[in-house]
Write a protein that binds this ligand. Structure first.
Ligand SMILES: Cc1ncc(COP(=O)(O)O)c(C=O)c1O
Length: 481
């Protein structure tokens, strides 16, 4: 960290409490201050460039410096910088975006509803489901089933859906009426000799047993990310989603697809639901919706959700929910331009073209002595680090190996994400083949460096955080966002 008392680093430590950061480590190490971005690159205050191989937080589909988004925002700022959508008010950009999203949906959807973050979107899902249950005269049908290692955000209800210990510990969460079923991670959870298909059957059987035990008449919905992101890029085993959906249909339980990461091309289709044959009743969207140039999120709901909700609002006199900035005209204008660019440049096709390179380069790391599993789909993936391939274990301190590789990677100019002992990658959809090669060449060199340190028994050095990299330097077993 810069020793100047008035440096940005020192002022950040003095005045700014960070999300997903060990505050004590931050006091010691300070931030990595990013000043600007261009394409897939970001640059820090000292002029060092990094390939942002996580698109920020799985977000910046178009990369940094996309002038058309800047201009769309400026145009809308000049015309109508703010209006709301309460009490029958509306405006052009939100109407156009609602129509666009309903039209893009992979299954028939009825309405779009706007929020400002993924957490708010999923919180709103829960409130809609409870409102609906009351409208249908089923006041007991309110429990939501999520999954261990699922990530759905951090507000009280969304954090409860999230199935990661650090989102619950010391926060007195989860709230009641939220249940968690098993993680569909074949490599980690599969039994010896169990095929992916048999493992998927076991996941569905466990869900079935949970619903039976609780009583189907108490379960409103199941929520899942098509591919788990913040839980470690966990791609579901073959036949998982078809088996899960059969269980939900049998028990009349709605399905919510959290497409906050997988929406808008990431998996090689416009939505992850298409990649995995998911037919959701509700979808939540954010991040790549605006390339995160501006905060915005949305829900798509089908007629089964909309009709009872509309009926109840008629009976009560209002749907008493809404955020001041939701459906913001500038956000909607940026989203529309962002979606237009994704379509014009066929970035979904581009992901399909890049996926073989991305996935084959990732998969090759499975041969590295420090990699237990390499996995992914489309333009997202992860390597799970181990020191013992047979027992699938890493260093004694969970997350230490992930932190070490993350730090080596970042010092070589590539930003990935340490999720416990997994290193995740989710580059902008505009990345080139050569840049992807650089990401994975750099990963190879980071892995070799850490392996050498381990060979030299420099394990304690291994667990120390990268300058400004407290985010991953901090040793923990899981991570969100
Ligand atoms: C799948 C998923 N849902 C919800 C969220 C929460 O979004 P936000 O951080 O905007 O609240 C995230 C964030 O990473 C996410 O990955």
């Amino acid at each position: 960290m810069s020793s100047q008392p008035n440096s940005p680093e020192a002022r950040d430590v003095a005045y700014h409490l960070h999300s997903y950061t060990n505050a004590r480590l931050h006091e010691a190490n300070g931030p990595l201050v990013i000043e600007r971005g261009e394409g897939v690159y970001v640059e820090d205050g000292e002029g060092k460039r990094y390939i942002e191989a996580m698109s920020g937080l799985w977000s910046v589909a178009l990369g940094w410096g996309e002038e058309r988004l800047v201009e769309a925002a400026a145009r809308q700022m000049r015309k109508l910088p703010y209006y709301h959508t309460f009490t029958h008010k509306s405006h052009g950009p939100v109407i156009e975006l609602a129509e666009k999203l309903v039209g893009m949906a992979p299954v028939p959807m009825s309405k779009a509803y706007f929020t400002n973050s993924g957490s708010e979107a999923n919180d709103t899902v829960i409130k809609m489901l409870w409102y609906r249950a009351n409208a249908l005269g089923q006041p007991q049908k309110k429990k939501i089933i999520s999954r261990v290692k699922g990530y759905h955000g951090v507000t009280l209800a969304s954090a409860s859906l999230t199935g990661l210990p650090n989102n619950h510990r010391s926060f007195d969460l989860p709230i009641e009426r939220v249940l968690h079923t098993m993680t569909p991670h074949h490599w980690r959870e599969g039994q010896p000799g169990e095929s992916e298909e048999d493992f998927a059957t076991r996941c569905a059987d466990e869900l079935d047993a949970l619903i039976e035990r609780e009583g189907a008449d108490t379960i409103a919905a199941f929520i899942g990310e098509p591919v788990m992101g913040a839980g470690g890029v966990i791609v579901p085993p073959a036949t998982y989603w078809e088996k899960i959906q059969a269980v939900l249909a049998r028990h009349d339980v709605l399905l919510v697809a959290d497409e906050v990461i997988t929406g808008f091309g990431r998996t090689g289709n416009m939505f992850g639901s298409q990649t995995f044959g998911i037919r959701p009743d509700i979808m939540t969207l954010s991040k790549q919706l605006t390339s995160s140039y501006i905060p915005m999120s949305a829900l798509l709901i089908n007629e089964r959700v909309y009709q009872p909700l509309a009926e109840e609002s008629g009976a009560i006199g209002t749907f008493g929910h809404g955020y001041t900035a939701a459906g913001h005209p500038v956000g909607a204008a940026v989203a529309l331009e962002n979606l237009a660019i994704i379509e014009e440049r066929d970035l979904v096709g581009r992901v399909r073209d890049l996926a073989p390179l991305m996935q084959s380069r990732l998969r090759r790391f499975a041969e590295h002595p420090l990699v237990g599993e390499a996995r992914g789909v489309g333009l997202m993936g992860a390597v799970e680090l181990v020191t013992d391939k047979t027992s699938k274990t890493a260093l004694e301190k969970p997350g230490a190996l992930g932190a070490a590789v993350f730090a080596e990677l970042q010092s070589r100019g590539v930003i990935g994400r340490a999720i416990g002992d997994a290193i995740a990658f989710c580059p902008p959809l505009i990345i080139s083949e050569a840049q992807l090669d650089t990401v994975f060449d750099t990963l190879a060199s980071a892995l070799d460096a850490v392996q050498k340190q381990l060979g030299d028994h420099a394990v304690s050095a291994v667990a120390s955080p990268a300058p400004g990299g407290a985010d991953a330097g901090e040793v923990r077993t899981d991570r969100g966002a």
